[in-house]
Design a protein around this ligand. Structure first.
Ligand code: ATP
Length: 144
């Protein structure tokens, strides 16, 4: 499930995970619109990304005005604030974004995200923990 490199990608929540996704997409040649409700995060990423805006992504009206319905793919990097993660994912689904990648902090969070319209749910911390354990025990072959 990849995205045409000319199509812009929306990354909402520019914490550690969102920043990492946004920087990587930028390096791969994608146009990236970054959104975060925290002015410091926005400032930090403003020079790297095509466009970076301070906004509350739980507000569907705000997302609509940003034209998110025209994006082919969006990443929701909000995790700890589960309510914000859920409302943002729901708003993106309501606005018809076809690919929604959302980060979950636990299994129940992931199930909710899938149920409300996330097309892919990722568990970065759990997956990285598993990878480290496999590398340490010499079973990296499982991940190739
Ligand atoms: P990470 O581990 O990736 O740093 P986290 O799992 O701790 O993040 P959060 O703290 O919930 O996740 O949020 C990550 C980012 O999302 C933060 O930069 C935060 O400002 C932003 N964020 C939280 N709520 C909203 C919102 N309603 N609209 C836009 N951005 C938001």
């Amino acid at each position: 499930m990849s995205v045409d490199s000319k199509k812009p990608i929306l990354v909402i929540g520019l914490g550690r995970f969102g920043q990492s996704v946004a920087r990587s997409l930028d390096r791969m040649g994608h146009e990236v619109l970054g959104v975060d409700s925290n002015a410091e995060c926005v400032q930090l990423m403003a020079e790297t990304l095509t466009q970076c805006l301070e906004a509350d992504a739980t507000d569907k009206g705000v997302l609509e005005r940003l034209g998110v319905g025209d994006f082919e793919a969006a990443v929701v990097g909000i995790g700890t604030d589960i309510e914000a993660s859920v409302l943002t994912t729901l708003a993106l689904a309501d606005l018809g974004v076809p690919q929604i990648w959302a980060k979950a902090v636990n299994e129940n969070h992931g199930r909710i995200l899938e149920r409300i319209g996330a097309t892919s749910v990722v568990f970065p911390e759990a997956r990285m923990g598993e990878r480290v354990a496999h590398i340490l025990s010499g079973k990296m072959i499982d991940y190739i």
